[in-house]
Design a protein around this ligand. Structure first.
Ligand code: SF4
Length: 342
């Protein structure tokens, strides 16, 4: 069976998904990045290969997310695209008429406006933590409630306590104050969900038209309290797709499928054997001109395989990092020996 692999590497999570020719999801993985994107990619691919078998016939690979260029080099991606495109493509795949996508992850949030299946506009917020999942995680920890139960608490509330959601400091101070006044926890959590939704809409929508269908994806979409708060605030139905937390990876896989269909090229995928390689990253400052670029160097098995971060292309060869011939050869050898079983 021919398959396509998509990988979405963000600062909080690293997600991978494998789809078939019809775009159905065969397997997916969700791994915490924990500041080590290479290890997270290796762990995610290992999980998938163990589930589906090493001899998977992957004929296209896509990479997205904040570490998409690094990931593209590591795995040999056929297409590398930004998160907005990947999330929009995945949302359109499951709900073709989608007009608005809410995406809230651990450390940033996005809104995407689609018209006739094409991205017409978008907004991103990576500055204000009050509108992201990490703030919810932090508050759940402070209140001693598992994050998975946070939404249930909100739905059990009789009324919502008004919480200042403009920034994390005000929100936390306000929540503590409301706790001291004796408000039930359920009502405070419902108030926090409302505040987070207000913060998201104020920061990202900025007077633009939110049209239905609306798809809500990203890790925070698991929180039914936030979904309910969106529906209450907008008086519109909000859909959470089945694979809400790996939609970026699914989008990357769909983009790889499109790319291969157009180019008819053989995939650059290095194979699942890369999960066994020892990678190392280091960086250095180039002081050869006033730009003083911080150049990142990735090595595998002791050999430098790619460099980027240089504005002039002095180290990367002008293409944001090229694989060395020797490493390319090693990948191919490993792949052959593993497939042959020799
Ligand atoms: S990498 Fe190029 S642009 Fe950057 S500091 Fe060195 S010479 Fe200048």
């Amino acid at each position: 069976m021919k398959m396509y692999l998509g990988i979405d590497v963000g600062s909080v999570s690293t997600n991978a998904a494998v789809i078939d020719e019809s775009g159905s999801v065969l397997s997916s993985s969700y791994v915490r990045t924990r500041g080590e994107p290479i290890k997270a990619v290796q762990k995610g691919l290992k999980e998938i290969s163990e589930r589906l078998g090493l001899s998977l016939d992957v004929i296209g690979v896509g990479a997205t997310g904040s570490a998409r260029h690094l990931t593209g080099i590591l795995v040999g991606a056929d297409v590398v695209k930004n998160e907005i495109t990947a999330h929009a493509v995945a949302a359109s795949h499951f709900i073709p008429s989608v007009k608005t996508v809410f995406e809230i992850g651990g450390q940033d949030s996005k809104i995407i406006f689609l018209r006739n299946g094409i991205v017409a506009d978008f907004g991103m917020n990576s500055v204000c933590a009050a509108g992201t999942g990490s703030f919810l995680d932090q508050q759940a920890g402070r209140l001693g409630i598992p994050i998975e139960e946070f939404g249930d608490y909100a739905l059990r509330s009789e009324t919502s306590v008004r919480i200042a959601g403009r920034c994390t400091v005000f929100a936390e101070t306000d929540m503590i104050h409301k706790q001291q006044l004796g408000h039930p926890l359920e009502n405070i959590i419902a108030g926090l969900c409302d505040a987070m939704v207000r913060n998201y809409l104020n920061n990202l929508v900025r007077g633009k038209q939110i049209e239905e269908p609306i798809v809500f994806q990203g890790g925070v979409a698991a929180n039914i309290g936030i979904k309910a708060a969106f529906e209450k605030e907008l008086n519109k139905k909000v859909y959470v797709p089945q694979y809400y937390n790996v939609m970026g990876a699914i989008g990357a896989a769909l983009l790889a499928k499109e790319e291969i269909a157009v180019s008819n090229a053989k995939t650059n995928f290095k194979g699942f054997e890369i999960t066994n390689f020892n990678y190392r990253t280091s960086s250095f400052e180039c002081k050869d001109c006033a730009n003083i670029c911080e150049v990142v160097d990735v090595s595998a098995e002791g050999e430098s395989i790619a460099k980027w971060g240089d504005r002039c292309g002095k180290f990367s060869g002008g293409e944001g990092g090229l694989l060395s011939d020797a490493f390319q050869q090693k990948c191919e050898q490993e792949r052959c020996s593993s497939v042959d079983g020799s």
